[in-house]
Write a protein that binds this ligand. Structure first.
Ligand SMILES: Nc1ncnc2c1ncn2[C@@H]1O[C@H](COP(=O)(O)OP(=O)(O)OP(=O)(O)O)[C@@H](O)[C@H]1O
Length: 594
């Protein structure tokens, strides 16, 4: 898939796919008891309420002319009981549907988040994070309305409509047929606007996604923005995106807005016809069975007839809107996980630490090979350093060891086992990875270090922190290890964040340790002390260290110089210096610059 940006719309599905709605129905299915109860309440109240105009007609045509006080009081009492029942039903129904709606939304959100947890790096490489967020939060929230109320209300309204049509036929067939004449016009209108309406809502969801992507990007990059005084330009971009969102929303809403007036227009015309013909029939002398009472009751039914049609039409609008969100939600849930356990994947046995790259070729994007036919072998317990120019592929190699990406061809073996044949969990559990981006999560420093080893005791956490020389600065903070830090660790220096991530990687007690620029922002003095602790700790573990500062890796068992998609040179520090090759040049350049 081509990479997406905040100003690029995502590809839209062509056809309205009813399966999206069916899938949503599956989420509702586990709540069928509550839904059925709510449906019963709604149907029973709908059924009972259809009697009210009939009672009115009886009063007008029979009990009042006959001065039948008992009849009048009876009808009033019955009406009151029905009204109380209706009120109770409505309250109960709202509570039930609200619960179901929110439970379904919760489940959808859980599923989408669970999926996001397993999607590989490549998924996140391809799109702005704001576009992912919008699916989990906004799109799912937008379903709330249809789920909480829409489905049941529509079913009820359909039944309501049937009851009302039944009563209308019972009261007068001719007037009912006149009334029904309006419906084909409404259907025709719906068919005519359907395509445009759907597209409009899809576009609106895209614009919302773009806006969200830009907000997220702007928040993450706010420091750079302010440093480069780009606030005005960013506000301009934001305004454009926001304006696009607004316009697309308005455009899509017009379709919905058009529906109401259309129903009103058709209902007004048909009601006018009913009045004209009704009065005509009354004047004609009740030949068609139309009395004044019948006409009054009938017009009451007409207003009840169009009300559910209006709700059904607006439900239809909501479904069209919801499908444009559902497409995106289910697209994420269905996203194929490229990096996943093979069907017959085995558990990775306890790692001894031998690692082999056999003819490994890898590209992030088709046709752009970053690693070409890479071969090397590492014995257990050895420390390997990768050095080389920026963008050469050092991080890529270590990312492949943890299988964050699949290789295009070739194999990576640990202790002779192809890592694509073992479960990701059993593989990664035995690795400690410290990436370039020392991400800090919101919470305490203790939680952050314990992130990869939930069962580690406080003492173990402190020991890891001491090993990486983080203990002193942590103890200087107001609450020591219990000090709260924000997401990304905004109150910590970059070096402090690195030390915390370092401690986190060590605490996992990994058989294979990967340190990608682990100490790049740490002062030289601390680094020397850290190095001592580290040397002790690296004993017995296979470790891969990426470093630009060559002083950090001089003691490595093997240094590999990565360039041009492969290993240009490999050997110990001394061997490579004697070679007078690229490593030598790099070392000389650094040495001279000191
Ligand atoms: N997620 C990605 N999608 C596409 N290309 C990528 C991605 N990550 C890295 N690359 C490209 O792959 C190449 C190797 O990147 P890599 O991060 O492995 O380099 P590196 O040697 O670790 O660089 P540095 O020393 O700057 O960290 C670079 O040209 C980079 O542009």
């Amino acid at each position: 898939m081509a990479r997406n940006r905040y100003d690029m719309d995502e590809v839209l599905e062509e056809k309205f796919d009813i399966n999206q709605v069916k899938r949503l129905a599956k989420y509702v299915a586990p709540h069928k008891t509550k839904m059925l109860l709510a449906l019963f309440l709604m149907l029973s109240s709908a059924f009972l309420s259809t009697f009210l105009p009939k009672f009115l007609q009886l009063e007008m045509d029979v009990y009042i002319p006959d001065k039948n006080i008992t009849g009048i009081v009876g009808i009033v009492l019955l009406t009151a009981v029905i009204c109380i029942y209706l009120v109770v039903c409505i309250r109960l129904k709202i509570t039930l549907t609200m619960h179901v709606g929110q439970d379904v939304i919760h489940q959808l959100r859980e599923d989408i988040f669970e999926k996001l947890q397993e999607l590989p790096f490549s998924y996140y490489d391809e799109r702005p994070h704001g576009k992912i967020q919008v699916r989990v939060v906004n799109y799912v929230n937008n379903l709330s309305d249809i789920l909480s109320n829409g489905i049941l209300q529509t079913i009820t309204d359909l039944f309501n409509l049937l009851f009302i049509i039944g009563f209308m036929f019972y009261m007068n067939v001719r007037l009912t047929l006149i009334c029904l004449c309006g419906l084909p016009f409404l259907f025709l209108f719906i068919v005519l606007i359907k395509r445009g309406q759907r597209r409009a809502w899809q576009i609106q969801s895209n614009k919302q996604s773009n806006l969200n992507a830009y907000i997220s990007e702007s928040i993450n990059g706010i420091r750079v923005t302010q440093a480069f005084v780009r606030e005005d330009k960013n506000t301009e971009i934001f305004n454009d995106l926001s304006q696009n969102y607004r316009d697309s929303w308005m455009h899509a809403s017009y379709y919905g807005f058009a529906m109401g007036p259309m129903v009103d227009l058709i209902s007004t015309i048909t009601t006018a016809f009913v009045y004209v013909l009704g009065v005509h029939y009354i004047i004609d002398g009740n030949v068609s069975g139309v009395s004044i009472g019948v006409l009054i009751a009938f017009t009451a039914y007409i207003s009840r007839f169009w009300a559910p049609i209006n709700t059904i039409a607006s439900f239809y609008n909501s479904v069209v809107t919801a499908v444009s969100y559902l497409e995106r939600i289910f697209e994420t849930i269905d996203e194929p996980v490229e990096v996943k356990d093979a069907k017959d994947a085995i558990e990775m046995p306890a790692i001894q630490g031998k690692l082999e790259f056999e003819h490994v070729t890898f590209s992030y994007e088709k046709g752009v090979e970053i690693l070409k036919d890479v071969n090397f072998s590492v014995e257990p317990g050895k420390t390997i350093a990768f050095v080389g120019p920026t963008g050469a592929g050092k991080s890529t190699i270590v990312n492949l060891i943890s299988r964050f990406y699949n290789v295009d061809s070739g194999r990576i073996l640990i202790d002779g086992v192809d890592i694509s044949k073992v479960t990701l969990r059993s593989l990664r559990k035995q690795m400690g990875v410290m990436m370039q981006d020392s991400f800090i999560f919101g919470g305490t420093i203790m939680d952050n270090i314990r992130y990869g080893n939930k069962t580690a005791t406080d003492e173990e956490v402190i020991r890891a922190a001491k090993t990486v020389c983080a203990h002193d600065f942590i103890m200087q903070m107001e609450d020591g290890y219990q000090t709260q830090v924000n997401e990304r660790g905004s109150r910590l220096s970059v070096g402090q964040r690195q030390l915390i991530s370092f401690a986190r990687a060590l605490l996992a007690d990994p058989a294979i340790l990967i340190l990608d620029e682990a100490t790049s922002s740490i002062d030289t003095e601390t680094e020397i002390v850290l190095q001592e602790g580290l040397n002790h700790l690296l004993k017995g573990r296979t470790s891969f260290i990426i470093a630009h500062r060559l002083s950090t890796i001089q003691n490595a068992d093997c240094i590999m110089y990565i360039s041009d998609g492969g290993i240009a040179e490999a050997g110990t520090h001394e061997e490579l210096l004697q070679k007078h090759g690229k490593y030598y040049e790099l070392y000389e350049a650094q040495y001279k610059s000191v």
